[in-house]
Design a protein around this ligand. Structure first.
Ligand code: PHB
Length: 351
């Protein structure tokens, strides 16, 4: 090793020592805050505070640490702080490709205490019974707001307290460096549909495809087996140490929106969003829609999204509005519509 490198490494070792001391000091403050929170019976997880810290740090442009780096480093710091303040469980439901786990790691860090649920209804039950403090659920995909999530939010008391927008990125991972050796590619049907150009370009024809229900379940096997590959989320490949040969192989960039649910209302942040459902009872849809839009205009509320959803055979409008539910204009709107409306939550706006 050159003298130069060993000198530079000494500097790094010295800085690491300082960093650890600083982080430890930071944790000490977090522990004190935790004690205060427990005394005041307030909630440990504070999406508003996390967003404020991240925004402030990102404003101080640094030479090497970009926004992505700040996000991932601070996620882990927050997660560890929270864990020291009080251990709280997070439940998630993974239908298939394990994006929910990616969201959980992005929002709560790798060191959290996680519980994977079999279905969305059990996840809501666990939150309702206090078996877990938080739940991460998918809310919106390419086709719009997800009906089952909407239905469960309507029927349960859990509140939406944060949102996470996740780009759906797939990787081609294999232990075989030579892609011509690969005989079988394990993938979900939906993923195959989203990576058609890639598969065609490399001549991975359908005779090599093996459809699976869940890439999470087969990843362990692919990690050990020769001449096989898997197409899955980057996180799954990394978790099972399957070398990623190609990244971001999807035909187009789709994204998914997840939300965090819990048993309390999120605090007001700089920019907020409010989600609610309005029942269309014994009236014409057009009349209800018109009335709603008139009220939104009258109370000067920003409209982000409106989508019709059927819940228990009854039509509803799912609405996303700008602002926090305690803002004056939103309060007036909510009061006026109180009989037909269910407030799902207000939370820091990510986009
Ligand atoms: C922290 O500053 O360590 C912190 C802030 C908010 C949280 C968790 C941790 O929700």
């Amino acid at each position: 090793m050159s003298r130069k490198i060993s000198e530079l490494r000494k500097e790094i070792d010295r800085l690491d020592f300082e960093l650890l001391q600083l982080l430890d000091k930071r944790m000490e403050y977090a522990v004190c805050i935790g004690k205060e929170k427990v005394l005041a019976k307030s909630n440990i997880y504070c999406p508003k505070r996390e967003q404020e810290i991240l925004q402030r740090l990102k404003k101080n442009a640094l030479k090497y640490l970009n926004h992505e780096a700040i996000d991932s480093i601070y996620r882990e710091i927050f997660a560890f702080s929270r864990k020291l303040e009080k251990v709280e469980k997070v439940a998630f439901f993974d239908s298939a490709s394990s994006f929910a786990y990616e969201v959980v790691a992005k929002k709560f860090g790798f060191v959290g205490k996680y519980l994977m649920m079999q279905d969305l209804a059990s996840l809501f039950r666990a939150v309702q019974l206090g078996e877990v403090k938080y739940g991460v659920i998918p809310l919106e995909n390419d086709s719009g707001i997800i009906k089952e999530s909407c239905e469960l939010l309507f029927k349960n008391e859990a509140k939406v307290i944060a949102e996470v927008i996740l780009p759906l990125q797939y990787s081609f991972a294999s232990n075989d460096e030579k892609i011509q050796n690969i005989k079988k590619i394990y993938l979900e049907k939906a993923i195959a549909n989203q990576c058609r150009d890639f598969l065609k370009f490399y001549g991975f024809n359908e005779d090599k495809w093996v459809f699976v229900d869940s890439s999470v379940e087969v990843a362990k096997m692919v990690a050990k087996k020769k001449h096989t590959a898997i197409i899955c989320s980057n996180m799954i490949a990394r978790l099972h140490n399957i070398p990623i040969i190609f990244e971001n192989i999807q035909d187009k960039n789709n994204q998914m929106r997840f939300v965090v649910i819990s048993d309390f209302f999120s605090q007001k942040a700089n920019k907020n969003k409010t989600s609610l459902l309005v029942a269309i009872k014994n009236k014409k849809r057009a009349d209800v829609l018109l009335g709603l839009l008139e009220d939104i205009k009258k109370y000067k509320i920003g409209l982000i999204k409106i989508e019709e959803k059927e819940i228990d055979f009854f039509s509803h409008f799912y609405l996303e509005l700008e602002g926090y539910f305690e803002d004056k204009n939103l309060q007036e709107f909510l009061r006026k519509r109180s009989k037909e409306l269910k407030l799902l939550g207000s939370y820091p706006r990510e986009l």
